[in-house]
Design a protein around this ligand. Structure first.
Ligand code: HEC
Ligand code: HEC
Length: 299
């Protein structure tokens, strides 16, 4: 594909590049033909005693110039530089980058293959694998889950033992490989009063203070509005749908009454991207082990 939309810029670049080099050649020839009178001054005087000699250019300097001109033409013939001309070697920065990435991947492949053959608990106990996992995590995951993996509003904490999508090894691998999409549907049709009742009920599930009359009404609404279909009859969540446990102290979006009202009214959804295609099975495996290692010993 051409970088330029019209041919004008192609020619424009060629004319400037070739013109500049030819100007250097002309300068060389003119200087080569000039007559010099070594030892004599040009007759210009500055500040009373600064005078200019009429000497030829040093030989080394002239040769540097010649070499530069020859180099420029050879370079422009081999590499891209002259407008749209791709150069005889067909070199591109993208191609070089690809080749380097392929080389690095090929060098690391035996190592990842070795880890792929081990089960996740064993990989999680391997010091070198965990160092690689940490580097991968800091490159690909930190932006959303935080440098310490403790998450942020809407982005789950990976360093605890609370799992929206399940914490068994296969479940964590599936989350990272294929991605996840959590959808909490909006419920504005329930009306502000019922939503407030629901919020009080949801807070009561995890022992947070609230209006007990509203919480009792909210308990009925939780069934009537179908919340239990996803969050379970006791509000303990359902990893098949990524519906969070509402009875614990872990909050994806926040536990204040106002935040819960906002969650129920407008709904929430968030997406964990899929990594299998981009990173390959080996890296996904090591990352899964790393994520599991973070929650070991956590409550
Ligand atoms: C663009 C932001 C983003 C990036 C980058 C990202 N994630 Fe996620 N991740 C999310 C979101 C959002 C969720 C929760 C999805 C939901 O709401 O259902 C999630 C969920 C998860 C979960 C499930 C947690 C649980 O409690 O079940 C794991 C594990 C995870 N991510 C690991 C990773 C790893 C490892 C990486 C790096 C390869 C990564 N994530 C990169 C946004 C991201
Ligand atoms: C279709 C399934 C589904 C239904 C029905 C549903 N939810 Fe949810 N809910 C979810 C999912 C999935 C999430 C997590 C959203 C995300 O990952 O971004 C969620 C999140 C929440 C949260 C946020 C929890 C936190 O940690 O911040 C609250 C509160 C909540 N739901 C309450 C309710 C209530 C009350 C109802 C009934 C009116 C309800 N949900 C109905 C699936 C559902």
């Amino acid at each position: 594909m051409s970088d330029f939309v019209s041919d004008f810029w192609n020619l424009y670049v060629i004319v400037i590049v070739v013109g500049s080099i030819l100007a250097c050649v002309v300068l060389l020839i003119v200087q080569g033909k000039a007559t010099f009178t070594p030892g004599k001054t040009m007759g210009h005087v500055w500040d009373g005693d600064l005078e200019e000699y009429n000497n030829p250019m040093p030989k080394w300097w002239t040769w540097m110039f010649v070499i530069t001109v020859v180099f420029a033409f050879v370079y422009l013939a081999l590499y891209p530089g002259l407008g749209n001309f791709k150069g005889m070697l067909g070199w591109t920065s993208v191609g070089q980058h690809k080749a380097e990435v392929e080389k690095a991947d090929a060098a690391a492949k035996p190592l990842f293959d070795k880890y792929l053959a081990m089960d996740l608990k064993a990989v999680a106990g391997d010091k070198q694998a965990m160092e690689m996992g940490k580097r991968l995590y800091l490159t690909y995951c930190m932006q959303c889950h935080g440098a310490d993996a403790r998450g942020a509003k809407g982005f789950p904490n990976l360093a605890d033992n609370d799992w929206q999508w399940g914490g068994e090894p296969e479940q964590v691998v599936a989350t990272i490989a294929a991605g996840r999409m959590g959808v909490m549907p909006p419920h504005p049709q329930l009306g502000a009063e019922t939503i407030k009742d629901l919020a009080n009920f949801v807070r009561s599930l995890s022992g947070l203070p609230g209006d007990s009359v509203r919480a009792a009404k909210g308990k009925e609404a939780f069934v009537a509005a179908g919340c239990l279909g996803c969050h379970g009859p006791e509000g303990k969540g359902n990893i098949a749908m990524g519906a969070p446990n509402l009875t614990d102290k872990v909050w994806l979006y926040g536990s204040s009454e106002a935040t819960i009202i906002e969650t129920i009214t407008n709904g929430r959804q968030n997406k964990m991207p899929a990594w299998k295609e981009f990173l390959g099975d080996g890296k996904v495996h090591v990352l899964s082990a790393y994520v599991l290692s973070l929650s070991q010993g956590a409550k």
